[in-house]
Design a protein around this ligand. Sequence first.
Ligand SMILES: NC(=O)c1ccc[n+]([C@@H]2O[C@H](COP(=O)([O-])OP(=O)(O)OC[C@H]3O[C@@H](n4cnc5c(N)ncnc54)[C@H](O)[C@@H]3O)[C@@H](O)[C@H]2O)c1
Ligand SMILES: [Zn+2]
Ligand SMILES: [Zn+2]
Length: 372
Amino acid sequence: MSRDIAAAVLSQSGNNPAPYADNKPLDVKTLQLADPKPGEVLVRIDAAGICHSDLSVINGDRPRPMPMALGHEAAGTVLALGDPDTRDLAVGDRVVLVFLPSCGQCVQCQSGEGYLCPNGAAANGKGELMHGGSRLSCNGETVHHHLGVSAFATQAVVDRRSLVKIPGDIPPETAALFGCAVLTGVGAVMNTAAVRPGESVLIYGLGGVGLAALLGALAAGAQPVYAVDPSPEKRALALELGAAAAVAPGDEAAFTGTDVVIETVGKAVVLATAYRAARRGGRIVTVGLPNPSENLEINALSLVADGKVLMGSYMGSSIPSRDIPRYIALWRAGRLPVEKLLTSVGPLDEINEAMDKLAAGKAVRQVIVPAW
Ligand SMILES: NC(=O)c1ccc[n+]([C@@H]2O[C@H](COP(=O)([O-])OP(=O)(O)OC[C@H]3O[C@@H](n4cnc5c(N)ncnc54)[C@H](O)[C@@H]3O)[C@@H](O)[C@H]2O)c1
Ligand SMILES: [Zn+2]
Ligand SMILES: [Zn+2]
């Protein structure tokens, strides 16, 4: 059995330069979605955020098999379970979708590092689900899943391990952000860097991920928190959220000597600058996903003589089933006001215009409501 859904599909990547609004690389069309297999779940997508990683598939920075139904940051409602004996999830449950399912069996999963699960990463790279293959097609042609999720759609079939159950009272537009921006940005601060109260933090890039990192740093008691971004509007938002200062790239000299530097831009040259900005003995966490052709140039001696610690952070080094409830608790206490990262809420058929805004740096998190 399969059902018809509406989804935003990319058929060719790397040759779709902005402006997306004129070019319309994403085609909103009808796809066939197969039944969930055992271990999989059919979900109605209630809200889906647009992340730079979606844009990176379109512009070719993240090469993926085509065609692909994009979207990976979402909140939804369980419609059906592939395995009727499932005890930890029921029809009607509200869920957040996460962009890397972990197998639970590999060395990384057994070491509490499911965010590095090679089996989840391999499935994501192939555009398939963990049990193999795709559940999406268009008139008989296979359509690939994006990061095991494909959320710019009215419904999705995903692995059980891509879902975290959440309380039913959180507005879907806010809940969606917990799936990527919050998990990644807050996790980079709290898990990867393990920021302690009173430490100074400098953040490069004030998109959804960088501003979530800023909120996470403040919630962790960091003091002061500085921010760098070329956009005056985003710098103003950072100040409103509690940054001590926010400057344009090139003007951050006054902040050098920070304890922790978080890079959320996705360019190797920015990471090199971020590396230099950390104090001797400081920690630099890199979150941005640059084009795979980019290499990092840092002074090799400095790494030793300055005792700096350079760390990569995928999915905020998170255990989603542990961390999403923690971040929701902080949100409820008013200490992680992630809804302030919402720029707009709109329908699926305006997705190209929304991508255009993201590419132009004019939005933080735009959320699509597929059933608009
Ligand atoms: N590691 C992970 O698990 C993970 C998860 C999600 C996203 N990402 C990556 O994180 C990055 C950020 O994602 P996002 O959705 O927040 O993107 P975004 O486009 O919303 O934000 C990027 C920001 O960087 C700013 N910027 C550009 N050049 C800059 C410079 N020289 N100095 C400082 N700021 C600069 C832009 O103005 C923009 O505000 C992307 O590369 C994305 O692919 C990584
Ligand atoms: Zn993302
Ligand atoms: Zn694993």
